[in-house]
Structure formats: structure tokens, C-alpha cells
Write a protein that binds this ligand. Sequence first.
Ligand code: V47
Ligand code: SF4
Length: 393
Amino acid sequence: MTTRKDNPAVQTLLQQANLDAQLKRIAEKILQQERITPDEGLILFEKGDIGLLGALANHVRERRHGDKTYFNRNFHIEPTNVCIFTCHFCSYSRLYKNREDGWELSIDQMMDIVKKYDNQPVTEVHIVGGVHPKMQLDFFVELIQKIRAHRPDLHVKGFTAVELDYMFRKAKVSVEEGMRILNEAGLQSMPGGGAEIFHPDVRAKICHDKVDADGWLAIHKAAHNRGMHTNATMLYGHVETYAHRIDHMERLRQLQDETGGFNTFIPLKFRNKGNDMSHIPESSIVEDLKLYAVARLYMDNFPHLKAYWPMLGRNTAQLTLSFGVNDLDGTIDDTTKIYSMAGSEEQNPSMNTAQLAMLIKQAGRKPVERDTVYNEIKDYSDVVFSDEELLTK
Ligand code: V47
Ligand code: SF4
């Protein structure tokens, strides 16, 4: 019998006569389930080819999750794209002085969005937007309370550490106090945005004026200390080096060792349309796949690795399922503009459950619907979809 440890695909690659000795040692560590160091992570980026990295990452993914690939049924609310910050990669935001070019939703308008889903089996609302100087802590407390009162079964995942850092400072409350207020209002978990690349040299170039690495990590730690789960992102493929990526993943891995509160790591590919960094070419698909593989191998204490299909496009997202990824986010229902405005091929990101499950099946994996915190809701492996279900929007 072949065990996961003796995966023949990986063994064949390791027996190649010309395999670099350092790579071989690292691969053997991974097969023995030993943690790799930052230097070893860097060697994987610098010397690892797509074949070896893919085989190793797939091995680790299957050791942990078999063929299961998670997705959820969700929609987004983007309260505003007006933002006081000036991240150079952002195609979505408008400065306050130009706010007539952007949007600002009232609580009633956002409740109308929630009510549109009244008879639909969505399990999560994801709330994220720009940092508007007039949308403050009490405004969002009211919004969350209203959503929870209207639909108690809907999980509220909301606000990046960037939005929270501003809300808490404006309200003159500590991070712990602010998290308590929002959590008691009904906020249950946090998305992973705003992390970008933690290293100060990169932050100085791409997003100098928003919360720094320590501030971002402190907010997630405060959420974890309240028993809330959060995600972590990394915006890659612009001015950062491989060493910056490892530094970013290392800081997250350390916090995860301490708290265990992260669910999912989500690499976000930089898209270059309509922003101040449009002169920087986007990364190739080979580089994308290598990055997902290294992330699976390095982030050994993160249970889940997500490819966010509205940003990568559904074809590349399907490929990532052989490079360590075990989660494809959600149905989204055309409710986010962040990536369509930055040039993603997904201009109207929306898939119904049948289409998302089929995308996963076509890649040879088992589609499993989950809730926000990865309780399994339904295994779709044996569900046969009608043409009508697959074709309707
Ligand atoms: O922090 C902005 C990114 C993030 C661009 O936790 C860009 O489940 C690429 O964090 N090219 C916000 N990326 C979105 C986010 C997120 C999305 C989906 C799921 C989850 C989750 C979190 O979007 C920002 C920034 O890193 N972003 N502009 C761009 N041009
Ligand atoms: Fe504002 Fe977020 Fe865009 Fe930065 S990425 S400018 S914080 S909306």
C-alpha cells in the first residue's frame, strides 16, 4: 500500500539525478512533516521548479484535506469606496475631496442589500470598503446590530484591520475595547485584507499611510483573544522580493503559533489596471502557482489556503487546486468591485452553487460547502446538476 508519506509522484521527483541537494533536503523535511525555516522557504522560491513545488504542495494538501475543496455561499457589502488612504495599487478608492465620483451607502441602503437575500441560503455577509472619515464605530455598530436582528443565522465577517485601526483611533478606544464593542454588537469574524506586504520598505513604496505590520497583527491578535477567527492576505507580484514574501509569511506563522486564530491564508495577485502602479507588469501564471505552493509548504499552521477566484479568474483558480489550495471562497453574487476595477477577467464576479461546485469537480476535487468557520454544510461530490442550474446566472 502506498502511504501519503511515500507519494510516488514526489518520490520520483526526489530521485532525479540532477536535483539540487538543498532542495532535496527541504523536500525530505516536508515529507517528514518538519517545519521549514525562512532560509529554506527562500530556497524554495529561488530554486524550486513548478513541478517539484506543485507535487510537494499537493502532497501536503492531500495529507491534510484529501480532495475536499471548500466554498461558501456569501455576498459582499462595500459600504463606500471613499478612502482617506492612498495605496498606490488601489483602483477602487476615491479620495474624500472627490467623493462625488464614489459611493457612500446609508444603513438603510445596506439593509436593502441584506434583504435581497432573505429567501436565499447564503450563510455569510462579507463587509469591507474604504476608510471614510464620516463612517465611524457607532455607525458600524448600528449596521451590525441591524443585520443580526434581521437575520440572526447570517454570519457577519467584516472590516479589515485598516478600517478597524481608523475606527478605534477615531472613537478613542483601545484595540481590545474596540474589538469588544464590535464583537458584542454581532461581528463574528474578520477578513484578511490590508496586510499587503508587511515589510516597512515595501509598505513605504505602496501604502505608506495606513496601519503598519505591528498594528495589523495587534488587531488580529485582539480578535483571536476574544475567540474570533480571522483570515490573512498577502498582496504579491509588484515591487516585493521573495525575501519580503517570506518575512510576511513568517510574521503570520509566528502569530498563528501564539493564538491559533487564523483560518485561512489568501495570497492576492496584484492586478495592474487603473491604479498608480499600472506600469508594473502582472505576475505570470507559473509564478502564481509557485507562490501558492510555497505558501502551502511554509504556512504549516494555517489549516486553509484560499484562491480568491474573482481576482485570479476561474481558470487559474482551478489550477491552484493542484498547488496546495483547498478553498475557493464563495458565490459572491456580483457584489464586489475591488477586482473588476483593477482589471480582473472577472468583470461581474458571480457563480451559483452548481457552477462553483462544477468548477471544483472538473479539477478532480470534492466540492464541500462550508460556513465561515469551516463547519461542513454539504458535500456536493455526488450531486448531479441540471443544465438549467449550470447555465442560469
Ligand atoms: O487589502 C486592492 C487587495 C484587499 C488590489 O478574508 C488588490 O476572506 C490586487 O482582503 N490588485 C481587500 N489586490 C480584499 C480582501 C479579501 C478578499 C476576499 C476574501 C477575503 C477574506 C479578503 O484587496 C486589499 C488589497 O490587498 N487589493 N487592490 C489590486 N489592484
Ligand atoms: Fe483605501 Fe483599502 Fe484602497 Fe488602501 S486598499 S486606498 S485602504 S480602499
